[in-house]
Design a protein around this ligand. Structure first.
Ligand code: MOS
Length: 740
């Protein structure tokens, strides 16, 4: 790690409780809402009796489909709703009596206190006409269909299914259940109508601009009349990447009662109503020459979506580009189930795809009697085989080297079940991760005040990785000023528009804008400093360049003669400026996007033990190596890498929604039964970054980090378990029952 890494700039606010999360805003006269969920999984509401709830103490209103005005934007094609596109067709809450999934909201009860509303909600009684529901992906595979959305067509280069003719081949199937994001913070919103056509929401969202857009579309409001606040987010992992029905319900309810309304959904509804990682079955066909050169990969995936909407992600994408292979084809299909629509979760697409591909690579290496890292090196893609472009940067081989060294790979035996310590089999495994490195546009406003304090404003959100810290560090580095001289305002509309936080792109997006605006500030200050009458001018310093000046500690100082300096206040006064303000609209993309293929890479190495009798898995050590370009903030980057790897361990060993298909219910809809890794499950974790600048991605030379922290981790664990036990488990999560 770098010598003096900066601390998280919002750490104090978070640990002292002064950071304000969506549900914590003070709204005058706020009422509390609670959603009553359907007890059937498909069908229609026959009757819904709200009288007892309405009579309960403190109840202000009960909303159902019967008494709730339609959300104007929900009626996209009023003449023929079947003509609506299935892509992005959200559940229309309280629109009609149809039920598409278990726990779908059928009523919103509103009362004066949270306790009273929770009680009143139990008094709503509904009867239903049940229809046959479908929640079992395995049963529904026959209904798999090509997604309607773009970019999901079958992919093929060279010969299709070439693995079938290869000298050495495998054909293997993998599956994984529904996983849910399970962030600490519950879905929360306070909605307040400030006038008939003006709305303010404090809500958990990874993108206030997106929320502003979707809410203004739905309620047919002018965009500028919708204000969205999400200054702090208590974890999300993708769950807050869209506007969910509970948020729409809060807005409807607030309108009805003409009071601000707060909804904090309970943990159970976090499992049923705000998306999930789709469950998936995958098949990999892989062929090589007898000395291990890949000749064909076929990657097929079938994943679930909801019955009313199409959710897609790039599950087979990883196999198109990760290894040099002349023949590759990918087929991706979806199956509608009676669940809430899935949503991107922790390394979306690639996390699932890498489980299959990286396990198959391990299986193939074993069949070839080759070291799995060696097999990957042999098939290293020196250029992008899909886009046929050079990589912007790729240090995967270096990651392999560093990780092997740190995990002690040389102690690994090619044959499984060779290392035994007492009752435990010890094994080593690895998996490669990859994710596109993107850059989208972002606006940042910089304000330098009379004391030389720099304020940066952007609407961007932070679900946890440390956006404000990253912005502070880039500003501090670019201007050469101490961290304490920088302040960040972010997380609400009204600030210069920043992108949604997602897709590992926030540093590239917003960081680039910060970098650019700070350079503009330096140029402008150098201009002002060079003007007639300034101390530089009278000291006969001419042609001042931005890099000739030091901007720290309230002074602008000439670097070649520190005696020549001026306070910010004096410089601004001389130029009749109250302060200095510059807004930078940083463009996304850029000319290099078409010339280079930009990806971040990672390799996860795992050493673990499996108990010979109980099948219990104990992770002993993890080494995660990241090729993510320049590392901006060492501490937050390391934390993010650890966090992602922990998520990968959860995916490998624990996380699973269990559905009772007779009823279509998620039976482990709580954090006691839905297991995520806790401290006791997590061993020593070492993070290594290549930390080399990518010359093409963005001005800092960073690449995305969030997703590669997790992508490749689940297969690393599965591969280590095979190495320990000789048991190849192709079904996640790898629970002890599968190992005995
Ligand atoms: Mo993410 S799954 O890009 O929030």
């Amino acid at each position: 790690m770098e010598k003096d890494p900066i601390d998280r700039v919002d750490a104090r606010a978070k640990v002292t409780g002064t950071a304000t999360y969506a549900s914590e805003y003070k709204a005058e006269n706020v009422a509390h809402g609670f959603l009553v969920g359907s007890t059937i999984t498909k069908g229609t509401i026959k009757t819904i009796d709200t009288k007892a709830a309405e009579r309960a103490p403190g109840v202000i209103a009960v909303l159902t489909y019967i008494n709730t005005p339609k959300v104007p934007g929900h009626i996209a094609n009023p003449d023929d709703p079947s003509k609506e596109p299935i892509v992005n067709r959200p559940l229309k809450i309280f629109n009609d009596n149809k039920i598409a999934y278990y726990d779908q909201p059928v009523a919103l009860v509103i009362a004066d206190t949270y306790e009273r509303v929770r009680h009143a909600a139990t008094l709503v009684k509904a009867t239903y006409e049940k229809a046959e529901h479908h929640t079992d992906l395995d049963e529904e595979l026959g209904k798999a269909k090509m997604p309607a959305g773009p970019d999901m067509k079958d992919y093929s280069r060279g010969e299709e299914d070439a693995y079938k003719k290869a000298e050495v081949s495998i054909e293997v199937a993998y599956d994984q259940p529904i996983e849910v994001h399970s962030p600490m913070e519950l879905g929360s919103i306070i909605a307040r109508w400030d006038a008939d056509d003006r709305l303010t929401v404090y809500t958990k969202t990874q993108g206030v601009q997106d929320t502003q857009q979707s809410v203004s579309d739905m309620f047919k409001l002018k965009k500028e009349n919708v204000t969205v606040h999400a200054e702090y987010i208590g974890g999300s992992f993708g769950m807050a990447l869209r506007t969910w029905p509970y948020e729409v319900a809060a807005i409807l309810g607030a309108k009805k009662i003409k009071r601000p309304l707060k909804i904090v959904i309970p943990r159970e509804q976090m499992f049923t109503n705000v998306g999930s990682r789709p469950s998936a079955v995958q098949k990999i066909g892989m062929g090589t020459t007898k000395d291990g050169k890949l000749t064909g990969i076929t990657h097929e995936a079938i994943a679930h979506t909801s019955s009313y909407e199409e959710f897609t992600e790039g599950i087979v994408s990883i196999s198109k580009m990760l290894y040099a292979c002349p023949n590759m084809n990918g087929r991706y299909r979806i199956v509608p189930l009676n669940t809430c629509t899935p949503i991107w979760m922790r390394g979306p697409g690639e996390a699932t795809g890498s489980f299959a591909l990286e396990c198959a690579m391990d299986e193939m290496a074993y069949k070839l009697k080759m070291d799995p890292v060696e097999f990957r090196r042999l098939n290293h893609a020196d250029t992008d085989p899909e886009k046929k472009l050079p990589w912007s940067t790729k240090y995967l081989k270096e990651c392999y080297d560093m990780g092997m060294e740190k995990i002690g790979w040389k102690s690994r035996s090619l044959e499984p079940q060779r290392i035994r310590e007492g009752d435990w089999y010890v094994g080593y495994g690895m998996g490669t991760g990859v994710f596109g490195s993107f850059r989208w546009g972002a606006s940042v406003k910089a304000i330098v005040d009379n004391n030389g304090q720099l304020l940066l404003q952007c609407s961007v959100n932070d679900m946890g990785p440390g956006v404000a810290t990253m912005m502070t560090k880039i500003a501090s580095d670019t201007m050469g000023i101490p961290v304490k001289q920088v302040r960040i305002e972010m997380g609400s509309t009204g600030l210069p528009p920043g992108p949604t936080q997602g897709g590992s792109a926030t540093t590239a997006n917003v960081g680039s804008a910060v970098h650019e605006v700070c350079n503009d500030i330096k140029v402008r200050i150098a201009e002002l400093a060079g003007k007639e009458g300034s101390v530089f001018h009278t000291s006969r310093v001419h042609n001042i360049k931005p890099e000739d000046l030091i901007y720290a500690d309230g002074y602008i100082t000439y670097s070649k003669d520190p005696k020549i300096r001026i306070t910010y206040a004096e410089l601004f006064r001389q130029n009749n400026l109250p302060q200095l303000e510059i807004t930078k609209d940083s463009k996304g993309g850029g000319p290099n996007q078409d010339k280079y293929s930009m990806y971040s890479f990672s390799v996860h190495f795992v050493k673990l033990s499996v108990h010979a009798l109980t099948g219990m898995v104990k992770i002993n050590k993890v080494v995660s190596c990241g090729d993510a370009g320049t590392i901006i903030s060492a501490k937050t980057a390391e934390s993010q890498m650890i966090g992602g790897a922990v998520g990968g361990i959860g995916m490998a060993l624990m996380e699973e929604i269990v559905i009772d298909h007779r009823y279509g219910r998620f039976i482990n809809n709580n954090l006691a039964d839905y297991h995520v890794p806790v401290n006791a499950d997590i061993p020593e974790m070492e993070v290594i970054f290549i930390n080399k600048k990518d010359p093409y991605t963005n001005p800092m030379g960073s690449k995305g980090l969030g997703e590669i922290a997790l992508v490749g981790m689940a297969p690393a664990v599965a591969n280590a378990i095979f190495n320990a036990t000789g048991k190849r488990i192709r079904s996640l999560p790898i629970t002890p029952d599968k190992l005995i």
